[in-house]
Design a binder for this molecule. Sequence first.
Ligand code: KG4
Ligand code: ZN
Length: 347
Amino acid sequence: MSDQPLVLGIETSCDETGVGIVRGETLLVDAVASSVDDHARFGGVVPEVASRAHLEEMVPTIERACREAGVALKDLDAISVTSGPGLAGSLMVGVASAKALALSLGIPLYGVNHLASHVAVDIVEHGPLPEPTLALLVSGGHSSLLLVPDVTNDIRSLGSTIDDAAGEAFDKVARVLGLPFPGGPHIDREARGGQVTIDFPRGLTTGRDMERHRFDFSFSGLKTSVSRWVQAREAAGEPVPVADVAASFQEAVVDVLTRKAVLACKEHGAQHLQIGGGVAANSRLREMAQSRCDAAGIELRVPRPGLCTDNGAMVAALGTQMVLKGREASRLDLPADSSMPVTQVQS
Ligand code: KG4
Ligand code: ZN
């Protein structure tokens, strides 16, 4: 037997029902049931559809995780769950399930922040987090630059998007180009066959915008610009060079994300940059981040794609850290908080 804590983590903040089990810093299983296909025809996640899918998938996913990890529920030391931010109805399913498990097993419950979990997951991939770590979290729901002195109780927000999230911009531009939802992977693939031929705007990177929003992002102007460019081609009866538009759009997003992330590392004395969230799967983002980090002497840490998208392993990874650092457990009446601030690690 190991004396490392064994923690089961539950994630239901969006459209993935995730159940992960971590012992110490070792990931035993990461079981995910996604309802993404149910949302595809709507072109975005439908909250009510997502909550119902969580209800249906919760028990089978917990059972599958335990079976695959060879773990019995009675062996668990604690339960952790995403208590926010996210879709209210979806969060409630996870929080209620976690409370039921913790109460019936007589073990502590940790309600934790989804974004902090995205940072903590890298511990099961690359070992202990350097302190401080600078984290760039980019997904369909969030785009944040965080300074993380201690993932269990000290996370500082340096900036975030003032309009669309980075993944949301990928999804919307994909729609304009006639590509399926979610659009990120399709733009990534199209872009590989294209050239960066169009100079799309880089929001909040110059002049007063940069002064006032040094580490914030804005992608809605970029999205509108792509949309106008495509409409103008269509109005002129000319074919739309989809691969070139995809490559040029992607270059604009990735340029801004990596430029601001590296600047934040330099200004805040962080020698490590971690990238997480679904957009971290983007091949050009990984490539540009690597070359800019190399040039600046910063070590880049990116978990494998399956751990970058929403999953239960990240919640279990943070839960384990809470136990190891001796943090107090949450109360059993903890709420699901759809707008939980990123600076609040635990509820
Ligand atoms: O983290 P995630 O699974 O869910 C949340 O939104 O929280 O992220 C999904 C987002 C979608 O917007 C999707 O288009 C984007 O991540 N994405 C990508 C890539 N793979 C997924 N964006 C750009 N390039 C990719 N390869
Ligand atoms: Zn997420």
